[in-house]
Ligand binder design. Structure first.
Ligand SMILES: *Cc1c(COP(=O)(O)O)cnc(C)c1O
Length: 398
């Protein structure tokens, strides 16, 4: 048998994908599964964006591009940050990659040395810790809870920072909790970071998906002193319903961006040429579709939070961003179903899939032993139907 490299043993396969596979199998058997597990908008990519890709194909944009991305796209990204956050970057400070996940990966590969600590507020997006491990780093979690709206703060950060801390990752609005940081909260965190020398990764991929007039703030815009050691991550997947196109980007200090570009140049080279043309239209073109999608997410958030909180044993906050809710299911742990004890969120997710034909993602993947994640990027009628089924399945627990 072939010997598989040690580094593959550092990381775990995604539970999210395992659930999706199980749900897919049930669906292929004709079973009507309500899917709350998808981490992507259910909307189709807006037509004007698709048309830009078709046009690029017609024009023969089918060759390698600059590794860092086509010039007009990087210029549009620079312009966006100038317009929306008052930040001035140059095109050289932008690296376009095959999705924001790839952007984070390249940046970590470019800056992490063996033993470096990566500080991650938990619950966290599944990939941060595994990408840190692949880079030889040591993920260190800062545990948050409902009590602080799943947001970390200056005190926690101060206590977690050590001489070995290389990176602090801030994700607002957050996947899986929806936690969104207000300006004063980011400022307090930035003041602590300012005294330290670590790099900051600001994953702003959900910046457009916010509710109740919530104002999104970028950490560099609030504290320019951090500019030379902050990399901003963003992309088109979530904002423009473009997950399959694979376009994300990093903006930051030239030395880090150039090193990340070097890593990319020896792995994927440029992101897909026609997808870059589509991303350019997404960022530069009309933004009405974004507003329509966010309005729809807003309605769904209100309904799902209401319905879940009406179920005995589920307790969830109303997050101000992203399209996830992260109810606490602690009081369901230890109950039994069909003589089987539900000992973990994973057991609960399994039970809900089997008993209620509802797919959710267990919290373990995100660093929690008492939550499950629902994505409400799904039709309102499915939200109503799914929550009814869950209520009835939970009612059967003993
Ligand atoms: C979805 C997601 C990403 C990456 O999205 P791409 O499709 O790779 O652009 C990055 N960060 C968070 C927190 C996400 O939820």
């Amino acid at each position: 048998m072939t010997t598989i490299a040690e580094r593959t043993k550092l990381i775990k396969p995604s539970v999210t994908l395992a659930i999706a596979a199980k749900a897919g199998k049930l669906r292929s058997e004709g079973i009507d599964v309500v899917n709350f597990s998808a981490g992507e908008p259910d909307f189709d990519t807006p037509d004007h964006i698709k048309a830009a890709a078709v046009e690029a194909l017609r024009k023969g944009m089918t060759k390698y591009t600059d590794v860092k991305g086509i010039e007009p796209l990087r210029a549009a990204i620079v312009h966006k940050y100038e317009r929306e956050h008052g930040l001035s970057y140059r095109k050289e400070d932008v690296l376009v990659s095959c999705g924001a996940k790839h952007s984070v990966y390249n940046v970590l590969q470019a800056i992490v040395n063996p033993g470096d600590e990566i500080l991650i507020p938990a619950p966290y997006w599944v990939s941060y810790s595994d990408m840190a491990l692949l880079a030889g780093g040591v993920p260190k979690l800062i545990q948050t809870s409902e009590a602080t709206g799943f947001r970390t703060n200056a005190e926690q950060l101060e206590a977690a920072l050590t001489a070995k801390t290389r990176v602090f990752i801030l994700n607002s609005p957050c996947n899986p909790t929806g936690a969104s940081y207000a300006a004063d909260e980011i400022l307090a965190i930035a003041r602590v970071l300012e005294k330290h020398s670590c790099l900051v990764i600001a994953d702003d991929i959900y910046e457009k998906i916010v509710y109740d007039d919530f104002q999104v703030h970028n950490i560099v815009a609030l504290n320019p002193a951090l500019r030379d050691r902050t990399v901003i991550i963003n992309g088109v997947s979530k904002t423009y319903a473009m997950t399959g196109w694979r376009i994300g980007y990093a903006i930051g200090p030239a030395d880090v961006i150039s090193a990340a570009g070097k890593i990319q140049s020896q792995s994927t080279s440029n992101a897909t040429s026609i997808a870059q043309a589509a991303a350019l239209e997404a960022i530069k073109g009309p933004q009405d579709d974004v507003m329509t999608m966010v309005r729809e997410f807003h309605k769904r958030r209100d309904v799902i939070v209401d319905r879940l909180n009406a179920i005995q044993g589920m307790r969830c906050l109303k997050p101000q961003g992203a399209f996830y809710v992260f109810p606490n299911v602690r009081t369901l742990l230890g109950k039994t179903a069909n003589e089987k004890k539900l000992a973990s969120p994973c057991d609960i997710a399994d039970y809900l899939l089997e008993e209620a034909q509802v797919a959710v993602v267990p919290g373990e993947d995100f660093g929690s032993k008492e939550h499950i994640r629902f994505s409400y990027a799904t039709a309102l009628e499915d939200i109503e139907k799914g929550c009814k089924r869950i209520a009835s399945a939970v009612g059967k627990l003993q």
